[in-house]
Design a protein around this ligand. Sequence first.
Ligand SMILES: Nc1ncnc2c1ncn2[C@@H]1O[C@H](COP(=O)(O)OP(=O)(O)OP(=O)(O)O)[C@@H](O)[C@H]1O
Ligand SMILES: [Mg+2]
Length: 494
Amino acid sequence: MLARFEHMKKYFGATRAVDDISVEIGAGEIRAIVGENGSGKSTLLSMIAGILEPDGGEMFLDGQAYRPSSQAEANRLGVSMIVQEISTLPGLTVAENIMLGREREYTVFGIRNLRQLNRMVKEKLERAGLMEIQPDRDAAAYSLEQRKLIELVRAADVEPKILMVDETTTALSQTGREELYKLMRNTKARGSSVLFISHDLKEVLSVCDSVTVMRDGVLIDTVPTEGMTEEGLKNMMVGRELSGHYYREDYGTPISDEVVLEVKDLNCPGRFQNVNFQLHRGEILGFGGLSEAGMHEAARAVYGMEYDVSGDVVINGEKMHSVKDRLAKKVGYISKNRDMESLFNQASIRDNICITCFDKLAPKGVVTRRRMTRFAKEQAGLLQVKMRDTGQPAGTLSGGNKQKVALSKWLACDTEIFIMDSPTRGIDVGVKAVIYGLMEELKNSGKSMIIVSEELLELIGMADRILIFKNGEISGEIERNKDLTEEHLVQRMI
Ligand SMILES: Nc1ncnc2c1ncn2[C@@H]1O[C@H](COP(=O)(O)OP(=O)(O)OP(=O)(O)O)[C@@H](O)[C@H]1O
Ligand SMILES: [Mg+2]
């Protein structure tokens, strides 16, 4: 056995995030941790990583007491973690990020040798196949996926005894995932262990040896993945049988001729070219492709958020000039980068939800706190946001619950056109079903949606049409049909 965690506890006020959990992990074991949003997975791993101080419990690594007082110390003791939200520091270069806490390795007589640093890190990046990332550029210049990969290089570089990966795969495209799995397999082959949080149960069953299930801060069970099914895991997670369908089940449903949004010759140098398409009333339009194929940037540009863009976006016959124009047309955008672009982390859940709705909540310009609280509570309830109350700062929610608030904000204000980048990133299987159901309802009531997603099954399951992005261009279009498989899409993407 490599490590043992006994009676671990972490409370936030009245919230028992982790409530007396004991687990062991063997050497060379890849262990998944699964559970609904807010069940305490990130909190448990953060204590092991030295990021959060436990309120109780004892930890042992290699038979010795293990009590890291900081993340840096945990690193030195052989424990590293790729956290759920982004942890590269803006303002530091890629190289400085990767070597954080290890400045001594490139400092001589108190002077940092940046040439040496950059050379060292360039090698590390190249070994991981990341030729396009420059060590001396600000980490903030890179996309979410690239920053995740930078974190991956950092975590791998210390050759940890325990590597922890928190809900990372949904931020990665297929190639990034392969890199991550490779890192996990290498870690296992060295006789070290991996703790892996994921909501993708298929992935859990295929890459992990065993799985620990948590519910509401307590441990339900640890079982081998061999012989386990997705259904079985789901039932353990939620504590009851899940029934009903997941994705849409209709095929051949006619789409209205009415065009609500038209994109003409959209170009952005180095990111995408010649993007042309129409979105119809009541249509769900998917964008699929490799992460760097331009689909994320194209969606941002449709909302008016990219620089250097030429071409037109026309909504209900009117040409758009700014984000404000889009807001007036009731267009909502959900970013993949939720901590930086979707939420005000310091503000309450209430304010985050109400911010889009003041014309509805305060038609005469005055609104009471009570009205806002009632409204926010109602809206958060629709997506089952797990929270203490609506006054809780959004930043203290679990990852999946943050995503629900980001969605709520646009659902609450009667949005007509949704542009959603990775809408279900980090959301557990139960609530995913709720969200897919909602999307179907929205569609049936004539709302239109663009869904950008790395999850091919989500596109296949929900979209009326899928536009395939390849090298910055739309390279093909696929109509909804019953026989569509992930392989069909992948073939067209690469
Ligand atoms: N800093 C904090 N302040 C208050 N409550 C917190 C804080 N951090 C976490 N919590 C609460 O602790 C509980 C467990 O959160 P945690 O992030 O561990 O969940 P999780 O299992 O990782 O969920 P997800 O799948 O959504 O990421 C949640 O109810 C969350 O709101
Ligand atoms: Mg989490």
